[in-house]
Each structure stands twice: as structure tokens, then as C-alpha cells.
Design a protein around this ligand. Structure first.
Ligand SMILES: [Zn+2]
Length: 88
């Protein structure tokens, strides 16, 4: 009788533990999905803003206009390339 009662109590604890694990797993999953969709919407917003790409006149690498350096001879990816090209 007492053994049966103890067994039932253990089963209840096991059920609680499993339930807690399931809830924890669902919460973790939900958070991951939320974070992913947030990152995706951020990326989509960034993709929406038009970014002009310019070509470095020295190494022909394409760089965003914001990061590129302007010179009378054209666009450059870095100051080093701009100076090298202008000294030639
Ligand atoms: Zn370059």
C-alpha cells in the first residue's frame, strides 16, 4: 500500500518534470523563432534601402558608396588605393 502510494507520487513528479521540460523547450524554441524573424525583418529593411555600389578604380572591387572614397579620378575602396592610383 505504502509502496504503491510512493510510486504514484514519483510518477506525479516525473510528469511535472516532463511538463517543465516541454514548457522550457517550447519557450526556447519560441524565443529562437522570434529572434530569427526579427533578424529577418531587419535584414529585409536593410535590403529595401538602396545601396549604390561603386567600383574601386585601383583594384576593381565593388564597395558601397558610403564606404567608398571619392576622388577626382573616381571611386576607391580605401585611402591607400586612392593615394597609390593618384601617385601613378
Ligand atoms: Zn581598391
Amino acid at each position: 500500500m505504502s509502496h504503491h502510494f510512493a510510486g504514484g507520487k514519483t510518477m506525479g513528479l516525473m510528469k511535472l518534470l516532463v511538463l517543465a521540460l516541454v514548457v522550457f523547450a517550447l519557450l526556447t524554441l519560441w524565443r529562437r523563432i522570434k529572434a530569427k524573424s526579427a533578424a529577418r525583418s531587419k535584414r529585409a529593411q536593410r535590403a529595401d534601402t538602396p545601396q549604390t555600389m561603386v567600383k574601386c578604380s585601383h583594384c576593381r572591387v565593388h564597395v558601397p558608396e558610403k564606404k567608398a572614397l571619392r576622388s577626382p579620378n573616381g571611386w576607391y575602396c580605401c585611402a591607400e588605393h586612392r593615394d597609390t592610383h593618384n601617385h601613378e
